[in-house]
Write a protein that binds this ligand. Structure first.
Ligand SMILES: C[S@@+](CC[C@H](N)C(=O)[O-])C[C@H]1O[C@@H](n2cnc3c(N)ncnc32)[C@H](O)[C@@H]1O
Length: 299
């Protein structure tokens, strides 16, 4: 049997403190992943706190359900994309919630399985789907890489990858078509812009991010989820968001700024400045490096 994927929940202490997890509380973990945060929320809300966990990924749900089995009826898991999570909480009679957690992006389970296509370091198909496609998804990674016109590809890499050398990279990708695998795609990027051994970030990182965000419509779903969050929280309930890149962070930051000002604010921001992981956490878990956390209280 393959060993259980290792996963260390990111900024766990900060997330639990900001969620103000308590016995009897009801919480939604809308990016369940391997259930690391959810398990800690269940521990911290002993003996009767409850957690609803949602994720687009059936593999994540299966892994989390094994990890959280000991909590019995205190935990419920459902497959849902982020923009449907609030409705799932309503349908499961979990609302009003005391806290909602979102730890965005991909899990180590997804990243470490080459067959999922998220990693450019190990060969896999051009997949990058967080979960089975739904009717709102119109494109696949393979299609973007092999069929999009160079100009659209360049725009995507510029907008969603925040990559200045997007045109050069897009031209290289188009030239090397057909591209079948993650490692071929990574090579097309390196051919365009080079890669100095020892540099911290591989140039394919941003290209993979861009394609992933498009395939899964992650930023649209995030914005939609935020717009629904207040309606499922009780007064004083907490919204805690963990982001991994500046596009996600900008959406959350602007949302909280807009919602915590004006004549009828819906939230009070609890993190005047964004929180970052401690040096000790980054040392223990290098994947935490780019994490940022923002939290707010429903008013
Ligand atoms: C970083 S992992 C969460 C890890 C989790 N907090 C833990 O401690 O195990 C992010 C998870 O959210 C899911 N996810 C990301 N964006 C999503 C979206 N837009 N809709 C549904 N699930 C999403 C991914 O499938 C992944 O399993």
């Amino acid at each position: 049997m393959p060993s259980a994927p290792q996963h260390m929940p990111v900024m766990l202490d900060e997330a639990l403190a900001m969620l103000d997890v308590k016995p009897g509380g009801r919480y939604l973990d809308a990016t369940l992943g391997l259930g690391g945060h959810a398990g800690a929320m269940l521990d911290a809300s002993q003996p009767d706190g409850r957690v609803l966990g949602t994720d687009a990924d059936p593999e994540a749900l299966a892994a989390a359900s094994r990890r959280l089995a000991a909590f019995g009826k205190r935990v419920e898991l459902r497959r849902a994309w982020l923009d449907a999570a609030a409705q799932v909480a309503v349908d499961a009679s979990f609302t009003p919630l005391d806290g909602v957690l979102c730890d965005l992006g991909v899990s180590s389970l997804q990243l470490d399985r080459p067959a999922r296509g998220f990693s450019f370091q190990r060969e896999g198909p051009l997949d990058m789907q967080l979960g089975p496609l739904d009717q709102t998804q119109t494109t696949t990674a393979y299609e973007i890489v092999n069929q999009w016109p160079a100009v659209d590809l360049a725009n995507l890499i510029f907008d969603y990858g925040e990559e200045r050398r997007s045109r050069r990279i897009a031209r290289s990708i188009v030239r090397q078509r057909p591209i079948e695998t993650t490692t071929e795609l990574a090579q097309a990027v390196v051919d365009a812009v080079g890669f100095r051994p020892g540099s911290r970030v591989h140039p394919a990182t941003r290209v993979f991010q861009a394609i992933r965000l498009e395939v899964n419509r992650e930023l649209e779903r995030l914005a939609e989820f935020l717009s629904q969050a207040r309606s499922v929280l009780r007064l004083g309930g907490r919204l805690v968001m963990i982001m991994f890149h500046s596009l996600e962070d900008r959406i959350v930051k602007r949302f909280l700024r807009d919602q915590s000002s004006g004549s009828a604010p819906a939230f009070r921001t609890l993190t005047r400045r964004v929180l970052r992981p401690s040096a000790a956490e980054i040392e223990r878990n290098p994947r935490a490096r780019s994490a940022r956390l923002r939290a707010a209280e429903a008013i």
